[in-house]
Design a protein around this ligand. Structure first.
Ligand code: NAP
Length: 244
């Protein structure tokens, strides 16, 4: 259970982030829902989360902006009193072959997926260190482990996120702060909407189907709970066997 804990989830307005926010709320955590542009969706997530009897508030923030991230963490701390769990889930894709990829497609994906996670960790870790407790959960991707043609920028951001996870895990372990990554495979969200069940990519998944955001949320909830307190620096694949 997570009763009395405060979880900050980025990209909580849609997809995997929304499912993680719901799952943590269902376990009793108060949730700070950070969204980029989808305010209405974020407000709906908050309404549903409150049905679990927890506090739920929304915060607009472009996670790629260092100062904005700092102000958002401060606002969440002000509103909830503390932060116990940080889920870095906000992410984007701008796919294309490296041969023709535009510089801004590379930069923006790195800025949101990798620097965004750094920004949030940088601003929340002093809170965790002071409390001598905290959980950081970074949503990476199997693409960060395997690479993927057409996603050099995205794969680089997710591989970087895994390196960030392990380094932060080492730095903060002495303060009882755990930092882990989840590496999903193909999960049914807006990000992957155009993938059909008949796609060769789906067929290459040993379990023969895409995963659901709720299945990823189960892993995040596991890592957030007391019982996972001896796990740090780990990358948990949830991919139907795709990257084994
Ligand atoms: P999604 O449905 O496209 O949702 C993306 C979320 O990120 C939205 O809530 C969006 O907020 C937020 N976001 C994007 N840019 C942002 C920014 N600059 N600042 C703050 N928030 C921002 O994506 P998803 O499929 O749920 O993916 C969630 C995470 O899982 C991502 O990190 C993704 O890389 C990873 N992942 C997904 C899959 C998959 O198959 N779907 C597989 C592996 C890993 P707004 O809508 O409010 O702007």
């Amino acid at each position: 259970m997570l009763k009395g804990k405060v979880a900050l989830i980025t990209g909580a307005s849609r997809g995997i982030g929304r499912a993680i926010a719901m799952k943590l709320a269902s376990l009793g955590a108060d949730v700070a829902l950070v969204y980029g542009g989808s305010r209405e969706s974020a407000l709906k997530v908050a309404d549903i989360a409150r049905q679990y009897g927890v506090r739920a508030e929304v915060f607009q923030c472009d996670v790629s902006d260092f100062e904005e991230a700092g102000k958002t963490v401060a606002a969440v701390k002000e509103a909830f009193g503390t932060i116990d769990i940080l889920v870095n889930n906000a992410g984007i894709t701008k796919d294309g072959l490296v041969l023709t990829m535009r510089e801004d497609a590379f930069d923006s994906v790195l800025d949101v997926n990798l620097k965004g996670a750094f920004n949030m960790i940088r601003h929340t870790s002093p809170i965790f260190v002071r409390k001598r407790a905290g959980r950081i959960i970074n949503i990476a991707s199997v693409v960060g482990l395997m690479g993927n043609a057409g996603q050099a920028n995205y794969a680089a951001s997710k591989a970087g996120l895994i390196g960030l996870t392990k380094s932060v895990a080492r730095e903060l372990a002495a303060r009882n702060v755990c930092c882990n990554a989840i590496a999903p495979g193909f999960i049914e969200t807006d990000m992957t909407r155009e993938l059909k069940d008949s796609s060769p990519l789906i067929k290459s998944i040993p379990l023969g189907r895409a995963g659901t955001p709720e299945e990823v949320a189960e892993v995040a909830a596991f890592l957030a709970q007391q019982s996972a307190g001896y796990i740090t620096g780990e990358v948990i694949r949830i991919d139907g066997g795709l990257a084994m």
